[in-house]
Design a protein around this ligand. Structure first.
Ligand code: S3P
Length: 429
């Protein structure tokens, strides 16, 4: 089992290039694969999760050609050109890959079996199989909760008007992708707005899509048209370096070309509430998604309150915000973080386990989390529970902890951020 040890550091300096956005990389392969013509993807994230998506769409007969280090060219004749795969479709650790592909496959003419690793196999899929079945999908699983493996027998779907009980871009995207080839229009309304990369990309590829507040509607669209996509750096990966720069004394780092779509920047809003010294240098909106450079200096932090409505805009950043909270003067509160329990692991459990071992003052009451700082964290042996964001969060905590912090089971970091530790070591002075 891979493990990484880290010691306390006094300073972070320099410029960091963060790998590409995971959500946008998945979508670029999927939407490129069902669009007619040649789609070019630059700065694709070659992490394990996204490479499984490439593998799945190749198994579905799509020509996906590597062009240089992080670029792909996709040749497709559109939606109807997907071919019957000869084997199961394996999605590794990726909920996004699997849930979005379900939407595409449910309305196809193919019969497929979808599988994943141990963590993905234990995550609930009913949240997508239920509304897809309302659209007429034929999906079978081993149990009521919709666990893997899933067998999908593609067929013609009908549009529905779905009021989602949770804010989830994966649910919304799965239904919108199913809606492309359904009869009639498909609408999804969510309680609070989740990331809108699918809407942005589908619009750019020519889909008939309408956004009215929290409701998104797609009308059946003939063939989508291939495009050129440049994927920005992932703000969810940048988050680890942003917090590292804030909590490590005398630091100043610049993170280049980060995607700053406002459905993803809840982290920056919370850090501004904390009094963080962060400067965002916006760039002219490039193609489909906006970019910025983010400059971070070490800061005295105030505590935060995270209300339910902002959670979809920072869902993946809560673990690293919990580390930031241990260094703030006072009690921070995260309200109603139930969705965190359904990620690659139960992140409320994994984070409170490690934080308690490091001596942090954390109190979990149901789905509310209270953290009181500032605490001089102590190095400890930390279990990542095979979750990439838990593992990276504790390596950042290790930068300010006394002694050695050893994070066990760190191979999972490759699912979203290959070379994370190497990049971190480059900026520690
Ligand atoms: C994602 C959506 C979020 C997020 C995940 C990526 C996406 O999940 O946690 O890492 O790319 O659509 P939910 O939709 O389940 O909230």
């Amino acid at each position: 089992m891979e493990k990484i040890s880290i010691e306390k550091h006094n300073q972070l300096k320099g410029e960091v290039i963060i790998p590409a956005d995971k959500s946008i990389s998945h979508r670029s392969i999927m939407i490129g694969s069902i669009s007619r013509g040649e789609t070019f993807i630059d700065n694709f994230l070659k992490s394990e999760d996204c490479l499984w998506t490439v593998d799945v769409f190749r198994k579905l007969g799509v020509e996906i050609i590597e062009q240089g280090e992080n670029s792909y060219r996709i040749n497709s004749d559109g939606c109807d050109s997907l071919r019957q795969p000869e084997s199961e479709l394996y999605f590794g650790n990726s909920g996004t890959g699997l849930r979005l592909a379900c939407g595409i496959l449910a309305g196809s003419s193919l019969s497929c079996v979808l599988t994943g690793d141990k963590s993905l196999s234990s995550r609930p899929m009913k949240r997508i199989t239920l509304p897809l079945k309302m659209m007429g999908a034929d999906i079978e699983g081993p149990d009521e909760a919709g666990h893997l493996p899933l067998r999908i027998r593609g067929r013609k779907l009908k549009g529905i008007n779905y009021i989602s009980p949770v804010s989830s871009a994966q649910i919304k995207s799965s239904l919108l992708l199913a809606g492309i080839s359904a009869s009639g229009s498909t609408s999804v309304t969510e309680p609070f707005k989740s990331r809108d990369h699918t809407e942005n990309m589908l619009k750019a590829f020519g889909a008939d899509i309408k956004i009215e507040g929290l409701k998104v509607t797609i009308n059946p669209t003939g063939n989508l048209q291939a495009q050129h996509i440049r994927v920005p750096a992932d703000i969810s990966s940048a988050a680890f370096f942003i917090v590292a720069g804030l909590i490590t004394g005398n630091s100043e780092i610049i993170i280049k070309d980060v995607g700053v779509n406002k459905t993803r920047t809840g982290l920056l809003d919370v850090l501004s509430q904390m009094g963080a010294d962060i400067n965002i240098i916006g760039k002219s909106p490039e193609a489909i998604e906006p970019l910025a450079d983010i400059c971070v200096k070490s800061s005295e932090l105030k505590p935060f309150v995270i209300e339910r409505n902002i959670i979809p805009r920072l869902i993946d950043e809560i673990p690293i915000l919990m580390i930031a909270a241990t260094q703030a003067q006072g009690t921070s509160l995260i309200k109603g973080a139930a969705e965190l329990r359904l990620k690659e692991t139960d992140r409320i459990e994994s984070m409170s386990d490690g934080l308690s071992k490091m001596g942090a003052k954390i109190d979990v009451q149901g789905d509310n989390i209270y953290i009181t700082g500032p605490t001089n964290l102590k190095g400890a042996q930390i279990n990542s529970f095979s979750d990439h964001r838990t593992a990276m969060s504790f390596l950042i905590a290790g930068l300010v902890a006394e002694g050695t912090t050893e994070v066990k089971d760190t191979a999972c970091i490759k699912t979203s951020f290959p070379n994370f530790f190497k990049k971190l070591m480059r900026v520690v002075a």
